[in-house]
Structure formats: structure tokens, C-alpha cells
Design a protein around this ligand. Sequence first.
Ligand SMILES: [Zn+2]
Length: 154
Amino acid sequence: MSFDRSRLPDPRTYYEGQGLALSKGKKWVTTSCVFHGGSDSMRINLDSGAFSCMAGCGASGGDVLGYHRALHQDDFVSACKSLGCWIEDGKTPTKPPRPTPLPARDALEILAFESLLVAGTASSIGEGYQLTEQDKQRLLIACGRIQQIHGTFL
Ligand SMILES: [Zn+2]
């Protein structure tokens, strides 16, 4: 039984999978610090997975395993297991569970809401209303959400 570092998830995939929005950047990116609630103080190295909070809350570590342990207050072996990088007796470890998909009810509510928004906007245009930049951005967001739901349930 041992830890297999090569099976650690890719840092970008892992951190995005934790619901973090990463800033643009190839190597170093910024995101929110969930440890103290800072909106943009966490710096992450996408090569190594290292993380460090610039606000000085003390959250820092060398890889996604360190992050996972800090987040879940897991011991080393449990964290390795949940990240799928713990080999038991030479067997292939089980993959970490897929993130819970969006519940169908929530998806339907989003679709209902966004369709109303689109219909409302269309009817405003029909009445001669000029869309603002904000309106257009909001429509793109609506489109993105619908596409995302489509992708989720496809
Ligand atoms: Zn912090």
C-alpha cells in the first residue's frame, strides 16, 4: 500500500473541481481563499498544485493533496484515497467519485427562469427597446447556463 504521486489530479482540474474560479495565467493564478473567506488572496501554482494565501491566514501547502487535507482536515491516507492516488496491494485504486451532478429540479428551475428572461428580452426588443451592453451580457450568461445544463444531462 503506498501513495502514488503520479495519480494526483492535475492542479487546474482539481482546483476548478472544488468550485474555484481561477484567474487567467499559465503558471500562477489567483482565486478566493476558502480557509478565511478572502475573495482573491489565494495564489495557486498550476504546475505543482502549491497554494498559499497572501492574506496571511496561514493556508499554504505544496500540492493538491495538501490542499485537500487542509480543506477536509483529513489524514494523509484518507486524503490520498479520496484523490485516487492510494494503491492498495498493487490494485488500481478506485477513481474518486464524480462530483454530484446538478439535481434535475434545480436544472429545470434555471431553465424556466432563463427562458422567461429570454422571452422578456425578446418582447422588449419587439417594442423597440434597445438592449444595453448589460442586457446582452446577461443573455450570454443565460445561453451559457442553458448550454451547461444541456451538457450535464446529455
Ligand atoms: Zn486565506
